[in-house]
Design a protein around this ligand. Structure first.
Ligand SMILES: [Zn+2]
Length: 464
């Protein structure tokens, strides 16, 4: 029997522009879709923000509805103009290039403690489903053919623009110089791009070609999760045109809404500037992971509410690391105590249920660390430790053993440190204090500090 969650999950829905109680269509099968990467390059830190934010949502849903009752799909776009260009430029075949970067993406996101989605559909595996939707849209007069492909006709859908709150006149006025003279309306977008020489192409009833980007998500959502899903999420920059166009395609083909809740994460800037190739401030997750632990990057990400803009700085990472050191320090002191497995971090749970308020949740977690440092009773310590681990599980933090957290480093000679620790232990056991002090100095010189406790001595990296 499923226990009723103590805190009702409320989510801010972009479509209705308000926080709403979350009620899935079927609590046994809660569906979540997040638009995934186009795999031709390393993911930058802005790409990682929705992955981490909506991983917290995934964890929360699994906690509330049961781990087997939540289905999360995140797609991989493996055909696209940029992929083709990169393949031509590097000579690496498209299939090899996209498989390689999809693997790197999975590894980097796993290092941020993001759980793997249940499904990771690849666009090229669903071209038949895309063709089927396009055929339906043509048949229902929501689309038309030209020399260059098949286009969705935006004025054919009276509610087009509902998500991004734009109307057709604004679209017309805001349209840039039109490079596609065959389009009937400036807002019309490509469903199918007719084959160009040298480009990969699939056969279709409307001639050889390849799908447009938006139709990929509509087809994969329908094939993997169903016509109407519970939650569709992604970056704020996808609201228009990508999500608006996904809605148009799916709604007009199925006469059913695409999603019940639309969630969008805010922008990420670097040192107050927009991340861009021209400025040269593009920060790759792959590179950051060479200098910081994945959990540190994740904690930095979660220090801001997902809908707020986040300015990424070195200071943010330093603070995140210091905060995690504090939490792991408390857990290290609690090492001899067995955690109470039934303890729940109510304040953390309440904060996360309120539209994933991670800054408030992290604040409550730090409060538990403070309590841990003050408490003396074993039963109390066991409860606090249980609550800290409960909160860590929901936030995707505190997944390491405390000693491993403090010891991890590329530039330390672990074997030598362990030898000196052992020799020092022997010197102390023999009450040879000058030798023990000498060994402690040698350890300090290697960059580690020694902490003596009732369970023996442990070491940690200085400054961690
Ligand atoms: Zn999408």
């Amino acid at each position: 029997m499923m226990q009723k969650p103590a805190h009702t999950l409320r989510l801010y829905d972009t479509m209705t522009a308000q926080k709403r109680d979350f009620a899935p269509q079927n609590p046994q099968n809660v569906t979540l879709y997040v638009c995934g990467p186009t795999v031709y390059n390393y993911a930058h830190i802005g790409n990682a923000r929705p992955v981490v934010a909506f991983d917290v949502l995934f964890r929360l849903l699994r906690d509330q509805f049961g781990p087997n009752c939540v289905v999360y799909a995140r797609n991989i776009t493996d055909i696209d103009d940029k992929i083709i260009a990169k393949s031509v430029q590097s000579g690496e075949p498209i299939a090899q290039l996209t498989a390689r970067f999809a693997d790197i993406y999975r590894q980097d996101m796993a290092k941020l403690n993001a759980l793997a989605p249940n499904y990771e559909p690849k666009a090229t595996d669903y071209v038949a489903a895309m063709i089927e939707i396009i055929a339906q849209l043509l048949q229902k007069a929501h689309a038309y053919r030209t020399e260059t492909g098949v286009w969705f006709h935006v004025p054919s859908m009276p509610t087009y623009g509902a998500l991004s709150k734009r109307n057709l006149h604004e679209l017309e006025a805001g349209a840039r110089v039109d490079l596609e003279p065959e389009k009937r309306h400036p807002g019309d977008f490509a469903l199918w791009k007719a084959a160009k020489p040298g480009e990969p192409a699939w056969d279709s009833p409307f001639g050889p070609g390849r799908p447009g980007w938006h139709i990929e998500c509509s087809a994969m959502i329908g094939a993997v999760l169903g016509q109407t899903i519970d939650i569709h999420a992604g970056g704020h920059d996808l609201i228009f045109p990508h999500h608006e166009n996904e809605i148009a395609q799916s709604h007009c083909a199925n006469h059913a809404p695409l999603a019940q809740y639309w969630l969008h994460n805010g922008f990420l800037s670097i040192d107050s500037e927009k991340m861009s190739k021209s400025i040269g401030n593009v920060l790759l997750v792959h590179d950051l992971l060479k200098h910081y632990k994945g959990e540190t990057i994740r904690a930095a990400m979660l220090s801001a509410h997902y809908r707020q803009p986040l300015d990424w700085t070195d200071q943010l990472l330093t603070q995140a690391q210091a905060g995690l050191d504090r939490l792991y320090g408390a857990l290290q002191r609690l090492a001899p105590i067995d955690a109470d497995p039934a303890a729940q971090a109510e304040e953390v749970r309440a904060a996360l249920a309120d539209d994933l308020n991670t800054p408030r949740a992290m604040g409550a977690l730090f409060g538990l660390a403070t309590e841990a440092n003050r408490a003396t009773e074993n039963a109390q310590l066991a409860e606090i430790k249980g609550k800290m681990l409960d909160a860590g599980g929901l936030l995707g933090l505190l997944s390491e053993a405390p000693n491993a957290w403090f010891q991890a480093s590329d530039d330390l000679d672990i074997a030598q440190i362990e030898r000196l620790m052992e020799a020092r232990g022997a010197a102390r056991a023999a009450k040879n204090w000058p030798a023990a002090d000498q060994l402690r100095s040698e350890l300090t010189a290697l960059g580690v500090e020694v902490l003596d406790g009732p369970q023996g001595a442990v070491w940690r990296r200085i400054g961690r």
